[in-house]
Design a protein around this ligand. Structure first.
Ligand code: HEM
Length: 159
């Protein structure tokens, strides 16, 4: 009897775990929750418009091929939000390292993306998730000599 009960318990636990794994696999990605490829391409196009009209960063993109950059940004955005899309552009860190990007510029770019999400009526939860992704890329983009922390550091404290 004891053995039967323990077998039933083991089998139910197994079914429960498999069920949870299946549910997790079915959960729609951030990419899908934002509306899939069409919405993502529109968000990227709106972000590009915002960058190229934003006085803080527009000069950075003055000589860029907009169609090329939009395609690469679409790929990285799609991949980072869970779509089955491969990023074929340059690696983030070496690409941005030579640009000496400061915090204000990084914040301006993030603002541009967030404004594009709002324009495309993306939900608050999805906005938060995109913001967290953008923040995670910050160390690869901002020159660490140009952060508030390093610029305001007390030289006397460096001993
Ligand atoms: C989360 C932040 C960022 C992400 C995910 C990102 C992503 C990208 C991607 C995917 C590309 C195209 C890569 C390629 O050429 O193969 C690119 C290019 C570029 N990014 Fe960023 N970027 C970010 C922040 C910034 C910031 C803050 C600036 C400066 C204001 C900036 C300036 C540029 C410039 C000037 C290019 C080159 C465009 C060209 O090739 O003409 N990026 N970025």
């Amino acid at each position: 009897m004891k053995k039967l009960l323990s077998t039933i318990l083991t089998v139910s636990l197994l079914c429960f775990s498999l069920g949870s794994i299946a549910d997790e696999a079915k959960a729609p990605s951030l990419f899908d929750r934002m509306g899939g490829e069409k919405a993502a391409r529109q968000i990227v196009a709106d972000t590009w418009y915002n960058h190229t009209t934003n006085p803080i960063v527009r000069n950075r993109f003055a000589n860029s091929d907009g169609e090329y950059v939009k395609q690469k940004v679409y790929e990285i955005f799609a991949m980072a939000t869970g779509a089955d899309v491969k990023y074929t552009g340059k690696p983030m860190k070496p690409l941005h390292a030579t640009m000496n990007i400061n915090e204000a510029e990084f914040n301006a770019v993030v603002d541009d993306v967030m404004a594009a999400l709002v324009k495309n009526k993306i939900g608050q939860q999805e906005q938060n998730e995109v913001l967290a992704i953008l923040w995670s890329v910050r160390p690869d983009v901002v020159n660490s000599n140009l952060t508030t922390k390093t610029l305001t550091a007390d030289p006397a404290a460096k001993k």
